[in-house]
Write a protein that binds this ligand. Structure first.
Ligand SMILES: NC(=O)c1ccc[n+]([C@@H]2O[C@H](COP(=O)([O-])OP(=O)(O)OC[C@H]3O[C@@H](n4cnc5c(N)ncnc54)[C@H](OP(=O)(O)O)[C@@H]3O)[C@@H](O)[C@H]2O)c1
Length: 410
């Protein structure tokens, strides 16, 4: 690093030949390329940075402010270095912790117009700003929906519990669609503090689309008193509270900009009264109602709110049944479902999101409630039997309502 700072090419070369670790960073998180760009004398910068890149330096290495070498080169107008870094495959639309790209930084420095023009000619996105936040996005419908949005060039903020899965999903999206991703690993079932954690991460980003997808179901269709108490709290905290508070937190900036979309992932299960899914379907009814009322309240302010009501989709959530785990026309894969659902955004405010499900919805709404209840009970009994056959014997011990500890609430 000292050799780089002093721009002493001979020593840099000797150290690299001796196997110096080019991934090391200083206390501010700056790697050797950043030190080179920020130290006096620019003449040998291209030569030194080229040598560092050849020795394995990461051209996308971020410092503590999440700024990359490209941003520093853009901010200081070093055209040759910009070209060199872009040739090395840097992410031209990468954002720092304030949501700024290299192009934004050029625009802030009025004398950097040549660098700005260069970035534009090399593909910098002039409209690069909007993000979409998708909750419950490490797998299933949320992940597939996030990928569909990224396919359209939108940056994605992904929120789920499992850090590794989330990180992998984000990396795949970044690689496949060349957009920015940001991951927030947390459990929506762990109280209201999670919202300040989310806010800290997204407060500087303009969120154009919020997808309230996160949701939990019973392990399989069950009678109300057989559902563990912990799952009931999850249903309330994850299905109801997360969508409400995420919308409350993110919608003000949409209203300020007079544009934005909020998607509430409800469920076809609430189209009619569905026994053995009682609390789950009730939480989904909440979301459907919430979406419809909110759409009416804020449509005139430029915000669209969609209630998305899928029927069965083959995901982890339906793994309790082998019938529901095999994708087909009526039970699509998450990818097939999301491809269709994303295309409805902006066209309809209440939809099943997938045409075979629209036929199911029409049928569900058309048949009398008593007949639906009988049909749903028969189906859910069969699904419960399937799930119970799959489960270990100890988990089949039925809960007794006397297990419910009322003293906890006194
Ligand atoms: N699949 C269906 O048949 C179906 C039908 C109608 C409606 N829906 C609705 O569609 C939405 C997505 O369902 P899905 O089938 O894709 O579910 P899924 O495959 O189970 O995926 C759920 C996602 O949410 C995350 N998640 C779960 N609990 C969380 C928590 N407490 N905090 C943070 N993240 C959490 C999971 O990741 P981690 O486990 O890593 O946190 C995962 O990324 C849900 O709202 C569901 O109710 C699904």
């Amino acid at each position: 690093m000292y050799a780089v700072q002093e721009k002493n090419m001979a020593i840099v070369k000797a150290l690299l030949a001796a196997g110096a670790d080019v991934t090391l960073k200083d206390l501010k998180g700056g790697a050797a390329i950043e030190i080179c760009l920020l130290s006096a004398g620019r003449k040998s910068n291209v030569q030194i940075i080229k040598a560092l890149l050849e020795a394995g330096s990461d051209p996308n290495a971020e410092n503590h402010s999440k700024a990359t070498p490209l941003m520093l080169a853009a901010g200081t107008g070093q055209l040759d270095v910009i070209n060199l870094l872009l040739d090395a495959g840097v992410d031209i639309n990468h954002e720092d912790n304030k949501g700024k790209t290299a192009l934004h930084i050029c625009c802030e420095h009025t004398r950097m117009t040549r660098a700005g023009r260069l970035l534009l000619s090399r593909g910098a996105d002039i409209n690069h700003k909007d993000h979409s936040v998708v909750t419950g996005s490490s797998e299933g419908i949320g992940k597939a929906y996030a990928r569909e949005l990224a396919k359209r060039g939108v940056n994605i903020v992904l929120i789920s519990r499992g850090e590794n899965r989330l990180y992998k999903t984000a990396e795949d999206i970044k690689k496949d669609f060349k957009v920015q991703t940001c991951t927030i690993a947390l459990d929506f079932n762990s109280g209201k503090d999670v919202y300040s954690v989310i806010w800290e991460k997204i407060k500087d980003k303009e969120v154009g689309i919020l997808v309230n997808n996160v949701g939990v179901m019973y392990d399989y269709p069950q009678y109300f008193l057989d559902v563990p108490e912990e799952r009931l709290w999850q249903l309330i905290n994850v299905n109801v509270a997360a969508a409400t508070m995420m919308t409350y937190m993110i919608m003000p900036q949409m209203v300020e900009r007079k544009k934005g979309a909020v998607v509430m992932v409800s469920s076809g299960a609430c189209s009619q009264i569905t026994p053995q899914m009682t609390v789950y379907a009730a939480t989904k009814s909440f979301l459907d109602y919430f979406a419809r009322a909110l759409d009416f309240e804020y449509r005139s302010k430029g915000i669209i709110v969609q209630s998305l009501m899928p029927f069965y989709v083959a995901t982890k959530m339906t793994r309790f049944s082998h019938t529901l785990s095999n994708p087909g026309l009526l039970i699509p894969s998450a990818e097939r479902y999301a491809e269709s659902a994303v295309a409805t955004l902006g066209y309809t405010s209440r939809t099943s999101g997938y045409w075979p499900h629209t036929i199911q919805a029409w049928f569900t709404n058309w048949i009398p409630e008593w007949l639906w209840m009988r049909g749903a009970t028969t189906l859910n009994n069969a699904l419960r039997r399937q799930a119970e056959q799959r489960k270990a014997p100890q988990s089949l011990i039925k809960r007794d309502s006397s297990e419910f500890d009322v003293s906890k609430f006194s």
